[in-house]
Design a protein around this ligand. Structure first.
Ligand SMILES: CC(C)(COP(=O)(O)OP(=O)(O)OC[C@H]1O[C@@H](n2cnc3c(N)ncnc32)[C@H](O)[C@@H]1OP(=O)(O)O)[C@@H](O)C(=O)NCCC(=O)NCCS
Length: 157
């Protein structure tokens, strides 16, 4: 029972990659996230933190991708459906923000539909056109690229 178990947030391991991929692609099927291949997750596994239960099952994940001298993106954020609403996603974002502070980053952004969730974590809505080109590199593969309805949000550290 996830609700009563101890949840740990830690850096991802290579062995977590399959679970991360499955979780992200489950939400990608609903159009909430961009799909990922297992190889893409392997390549970027060092960007990820995961939340695991007592049995070391991955119940949440998120990644921090550096985009410039003081800019990074929170991406691939997901919590399995049965564990949502219990603070797992918030703990993952807090862990990524801690890492961003350690790296000396000052601006952390997300492109999201989860506006209330990110507002509660100190993010504010911003005009999306202020971000550098490379932020939009993934958009070329998105089926909504010409009608993107995600909101850009930023947190200053
Ligand atoms: C967005 C997402 C990662 C949030 O994960 P989560 O683990 O449910 O996040 P939390 O539990 O920390 O917060 C969710 C809500 O539960 C509430 N909550 C947190 N801890 C709680 C607790 N102990 N008791 C009751 N409610 C709680 C929070 O207030 C929050 O409400 P809000 O969204 O209105 O701010 C998750 O909904 C998800 O995977 N969504 C699908 C994929 C997606 O959209 N990803 C985002 C891409 S940017």
């Amino acid at each position: 029972m996830i609700g009563e178990s101890v949840i740990t947030v830690r850096n991802a391991r290579v062995a977590d990659a399959a679970a991360i991929t499955a979780m992200v692609n489950r939400y990608a099927d609903d159009g909430l996230m961009l799909p990922k291949t297992l190889m893409e997750v392997y390549e970027h596994v060092r960007e990820f933190v995961v939340a695991v239960d007592e049995d070391n099952q991955v119940i949440g994940c998120g990644a921090l991708r550096i985009m410039g001298i003081d800019l990074a993106e929170v991406r691939s954020l997901a919590t399995v459906q049965e564990a949502q609403g219990r603070g797992v996603g918030s703990r993952i974002v807090e862990a990524l923000l801690d890492e961003a502070r350690t790296l000396g980053l000052h601006r952390i952004f997300a492109l999201t539909y989860q506006i209330k969730f990110f507002e509660r974590l100190g993010f504010r809505i911003v005009e999306r056109h202020g971000f550098p080109e490379k932020v939009w590199a993934d958009c070329k593969d998105c089926r909504k690229r010409n009608c993107c309805d995600e909101t850009a949000m930023i947190r200053f550290l």
